[in-house]
Design a protein around this ligand. Structure first.
Ligand SMILES: CC(C)(COP(=O)(O)OP(=O)(O)OC[C@H]1O[C@@H](n2cnc3c(N)ncnc32)[C@H](O)[C@@H]1OP(=O)(O)O)[C@@H](O)C(=O)NCCC(=O)NCCS
Length: 145
């Protein structure tokens, strides 16, 4: 079952993220306060997948009024290749479309071959004409799973 994610799901979703390799997490945005902030701004576009009350997948997505962004698409290793991530992404894309958002983007580690194969299959195009740049405004500690 796919349903909206709420902050009450945080502890279980966080454990799910730790069980997946290829996730880029950090101590600020992925803390309970960070996720609560994101959910408050994007209350209609973050979802979890459940089986018998256990959370086995999650996706966070939101927008800034122009572009949609997807973060932390993840499915527990024991539940992969059953179409769960596809359902989560469909739910997120529908929610963003409902908000009038015309295009959605995300970043993924180039080394994450499985993740990239997945996005390719879902029709997310690789933009080799762009360079991704960012700048830290508040220091945090990052860790990759
Ligand atoms: C990527 C991920 C979310 C896919 O979850 P999933 O529920 O298994 O995906 P789906 O079952 O919806 O897969 C849809 C299609 O994507 C492709 N795909 C999914 N996983 C794949 C893999 N490991 N290698 C190649 N293609 C893959 C397949 O074509 C698949 O269809 P199929 O199972 O009929 O072959 C999951 O593997 C995961 O959590 N990975 C770790 C975290 C991650 O890398 N997230 C994405 C980067 S942010």
């Amino acid at each position: 079952m796919i349903r909206l994610m709420t902050i009450e799901d945080y502890a279980e979703v966080y454990q799910l993220w730790l069980s997946c390799t290829g996730m880029g997490l950090n101590t600020l945005d992925d803390s309970q306060a960070g996720i609560e902030k994101f959910l408050r701004r994007n209350p209609t576009s973050c979802f979890v997948a459940t089986t018998q009350e256990r959370i086995v997948g999650s996706i966070m997505s939101g927008h800034d009024g122009r572009r949609g962004f997807i973060y932390h698409a993840s499915v527990h290793p024991d539940y992969r290749h059953q179409g769960i991530a596809t359902q989560l992404i469909d739910a997120a894309l529908d929610a963003l479309k409902e908000e009038g958002i015309a295009k959605v983007a995300f970043v993924v580690f180039a080394r994450n071959k499985e993740g990239n194969a997945f996005w390719e299959r879902l029709g997310f195009q690789l933009r080799d004409d762009l360079v991704y740049r960012d700048k830290t405004l508040i220091e945090f500690e990052r860790f990759d799973t």
